[in-house]
Design a protein around this ligand. Structure first.
Ligand SMILES: O=C(O)CCC(=O)C(=O)O
Ligand SMILES: [Mn+2]
Length: 242
């Protein structure tokens, strides 16, 4: 399997001058205009625990029924949705979450401000929150490619609590399916790019991972079940609804 561990990937690294984002920023070029930026220690441990406790207690978490491949099932994690007023409604897997206001949960505005500071060129106006109550909770392979995010969505993902693995896998490409060079062996074709087609990031307490460019068009991502991940994890994905 051609899997790259984020910690060993040869992305560019630089020291982040903002002490709240302590340490390293790693940029991973996924190829063809897709990119991930990863900051392991984005928030201090102290702030991260403060926010974890707040979110765990104060967010009105629900576990909705969704539709997957034509069947109703309980979403395998808790969720909540926050968005600026007047935006088109979000709908996924046959479920339309209620949009809470940023004013309902003021600490979320502080986290959003920290994300905007780290990525001054980016702008986010909505937030999907997820709570994984243990290793049986997960999110399956998907792309956040809903129309309301446009063609190149930027998604900033902040994690609190239990470490979980975040996997990225390239969608089967039209090129390899449709436009094979006649007579060329598959082994030769697959060596043409030195970009890996799978990546793994361990999303730790206080980390930030940003997906941008064509990542949602060309890649899928997941947080799989992990028997040993017993503790609760909370994840915030900031998005821009156009
Ligand atoms: O929990 C995570 O790290 C990812 C969540 C996610 O992919 C989503 O909410 O769309
Ligand atoms: Mn997602």
């Amino acid at each position: 399997m051609n899997l790259k561990l984020a910690t060993t990937a040869t992305g560019s690294q630089s020291t982040n001058p903002n002490p709240n984002e302590g340490g390293k920023r790693q940029t991973v070029d996924l190829g063809n205009g897709s990119e991930v930026v990863f900051i392991t220690r984005f928030l201090s441990l102290e702030d991260s625990w403060k926010w974890f406790d707040y979110l765990n207690k104060e967010i009105p978490w629900i576990r909705p029924t969704i539709r997957v491949f034509g069947r109703s099932c309980l979403q395998p994690r808790d969720t909540c949705y926050v968005a600026s007023a007047g935006l088109p409604e979000l709908s996924y897997s046959g479920y339309q979450p209620h949009a809470y206001s940023w004013d309902d949960f003021p600490p979320l505005k502080d986290i959003l401000e920290a994300v905007h500071k780290a990525f001054p060129g980016s702008s986010f106006n909505s937030l999907l929150l997820n709570r994984y109550k243990g290793g049986n909770d997960y999110v399956g392979w998907h792309a956040d490619d809903e129309k309301l995010y446009g063609s190149t969505p930027e998604i900033a993902s902040v994690s609190f609590g239990c470490d979980r693995e975040f996997l990225l896998k390239k969608k089967p490409s039209k090129m390899s399916q449709d436009k094979r060079v006649e007579g060329e062996p598959p082994s030769k074709r697959s060596k043409k790019s030195n970009h890996s087609d799978q990546h793994l990031f361990t999303l730790k307490h206080g980390s930030l991972l940003l997906m941008r460019g064509y990542t949602q068009r060309d890649w899928v991502h997941s947080v799989p079940k992990r028997a040993k991940a017993e503790a609760t994890r909370i994840n915030l994905t900031f998005r821009l609804v156009l």
